[in-house]
Design a binder for this molecule. Sequence first.
Ligand code: WAQ
Ligand code: MG
Length: 259
Amino acid sequence: MDLLRSQNDLYSIRMRAAEGGPHERGGRHISGAERLLTKEELALEAQALVRRALSHPKGTADFIRITIDKIPQESIQRIPLLAIKATDVASIEEGHTKIYKLLHKEIHLPRKVVKKAWETILTAGGKMRGAALLDAFTGDRLDNTGDRGVRVSRMGFANPKDMEFWLEAHHYKGEHIREALVLASKVLSAKGVLGELCLSDDPDYITGYVSYGQTYHRISRLKEFGSPVGGRVFFVEPETDVGALKVYLEEQPVLVTNG
Ligand code: WAQ
Ligand code: MG
């Protein structure tokens, strides 16, 4: 058990970085990250996040913002880690077909909704720094955040050290999957969210995932090496209170527990 993390107040740390000035003045999004840390971990992690923004495969940031705020322990919710599944595909087309099938079978998404999700990701052309909320029945966009998207924040593993061993033992390597598991677990814990489609915007990372129910399902290959496209779409039940959903995703602190 991670006693420091379960008994003390924690700190939300968020980083966003762009090239060509700040995002809101037209800068191109390079990298972002969000974590819940103990006070003792903050300084070192801030350093790692600055390093990440300055040595990213998408480019070199010339604008970096780090925001830190204290989170009272009593405001933190515990949520379960999703179960991991994986499908190896031989081609991008096979990867895309698998996504249509999974989202149809598992959460009954009509084909046109998945098509709109892909269009949302492709037309953003790697510019999005958050997620688009789409109506799971019509595929219409529900948020009005444009290229910014809804940025899920204030989340982390309840036991990061244990999780690291566990992921290593299961041959899940690297920061991408660690961060994505936390994010996807928070997103599916939100009232009204049925699933997610995610494709990294990092040109050297071609594995993406869909989530549904209690499952995080990796698909080995969803784009060409070198491609800058990427983004996230959350599929939302019609008649969900979008304002409340946005507040939960952006502001409710959560720690993800594994069993
Ligand atoms: N909240 C909402 N959307 C986000 C967030 C966030 N906190 N972080 C990233 N996004 C969106 C944004 O549009 C990015 O352009 C896009 O997702 C991709 O972000 O099991 O690395 O951080 O190996 O590049 C999947 C791992 C990795 C699959 C995904 O996303 C696996 C990844 P990236
Ligand atoms: Mg990225």
